[in-house]
Design a protein. Structure first.
Length: 367
């Protein structure tokens, strides 16, 4: 019964919205540029001290992508060509900054400071910053950044947890980590990676300013403004959309079901909001690092079959952690093999497949 219900749901979410006879596939990959876990030693130390870290494998394997991580991913993407002779391209949804722990510490957690991702990369990989490879990936059109926020942390919530010395907050801070779980009795948001989950007007004001800054930092880093956007942890509302519209964001990545202030919204592909922005929803998922025991490849292909049957493009969610080997080479190497298998099967089943970026899909729908 569960499988039947799942299949019905997959069909239902593909019925409304924009249609095409083309077999279009977009790979949306979140979290590029963001810190997570600096090292295995840090992870083991925090666990030993009883800190509640997040689930889904992020804290075990996710960190800033190394030059090796990027080179191997780009090589794989470049080995495939679609019907138009374009390589497989990853829409790399990126934050553009991370917390500046030293400056924050000097204020006794009373003020927030950030550093650009280029500074973070230089600290993580001295004399071998991965950022030039980001630019190379863009030139080869295998890696295409889009905006994911200024940083992947809820700044007001995080500072509050540090000031009030919530369990685990300062222990993580001293290790250069911001992601940990907070008891719901202390804060209903529970995790501070939901950067745009606000409770007060003051918090909203801080978040809006961070979006305005993020858009400009993105332009400074990459030479263009991001047309599309995905909110950290899928948490946002109309106030956030309005600010995004003011900085040029035309397309909103996300899921079909979006819960906003307790209300359910169904964002089918091509639906417009009150600001004229289009929703682009993810219909397939490939997340082995979150759950290695699940057959993501088979599930992804089944979901693609349903979407194409309804003449819809397919957007596949594949977070950065699937391609990271700095903390676990096995994580990266096994997933790259699996990813190669997925793409090979896609091209065998749909030889006329086209690889697009999120903003290219948005532009196509907007015509």
């Amino acid at each position: 019964m569960t499988n039947i219900k799942k299949l019905i749901t997959q069909n239902l979410i593909n019925i409304p919205g924009w249609r095409t006879n083309r077999h279009i596939v977009v790979f949306e990959s979140d979290d590029w540029g963001s810190i997570r876990m600096p090292s295995i030693e840090t992870y083991e130390s925090l666990i030993k001290n009883g800190v509640q870290l997040g689930t889904y494998g992020y804290e075990k394997v996710d960190t800033i992508a190394s030059p090796c991580d990027l080179e191997l991913l780009f090589e794989l993407c470049d080995s495939f060509r679609d019907i138009n002779n374009n390589p497989l391209v990853i829409t790399a949804n990126s934050v553009v900054a991370n917390p500046d722990f030293e400056k924050i510490r000097k204020t006794d957690y009373s003020r927030y400071y950030w550093e650009p991702i280029t500074t973070t990369m230089e600290r993580y990989y001295p004399n071998q910053s991965p950022f030039p490879l980001w630019k190379e990936g863009m030139e080869r059109m295998v890696f295409y950044p889009q905006l994911h926020g200024r940083e992947h942390v809820n700044v007001p919530m995080w500072l509050k947890s540090l000031q009030n010395n919530y369990p685990g907050a300062r222990e993580c801070f001293e290790k250069g980590v911001f992601s940990f779980l907070v008891d719901k009795g202390v804060d209903i948001r529970k995790k501070n990676t939901s950067a745009y989950y606000y409770l007060t007007k003051d918090e909203l004001s801080i978040i809006k300013q961070s979006i305005i800054e993020a858009a400009q930092i993105f332009k400074d880093l990459f030479g263009f403004y991001s047309k599309s956007f995905i909110a950290p942890s899928y948490k946002w509302d109309k106030s956030i959309e309005e600010t995004l519209q003011s900085v040029g964001v035309k397309y909103l990545q996300g899921m079909f079901l979006h819960v906003e202030n307790g209300e359910k919204h169904y964002n089918y592909i091509g639906r417009k909001n009150i600001f004229g922005q289009l929703y682009l929803n993810r219909t397939a998922f490939w997340e082995y690092s979150q759950n290695p025991d699940f057959d993501w490849t088979s599930d992804c292909l089944k979901r693609m079959t349903v979407s194409f049957r309804w003449h819809k493009p397919v957007t596949i969610s594949v977070h950065r952690l699937n391609f990271i080997g700095s903390l676990s080479e096995r994580n990266r190497d096994e997933n790259l093999k699996r990813f190669k298998t997925l793409i090979t099967k896609i091209q065998k089943e749909w030889p006329d497949v086209e690889f697009l970026t999120s903003d290219q899909l948005g532009d196509l729908i907007s015509r």
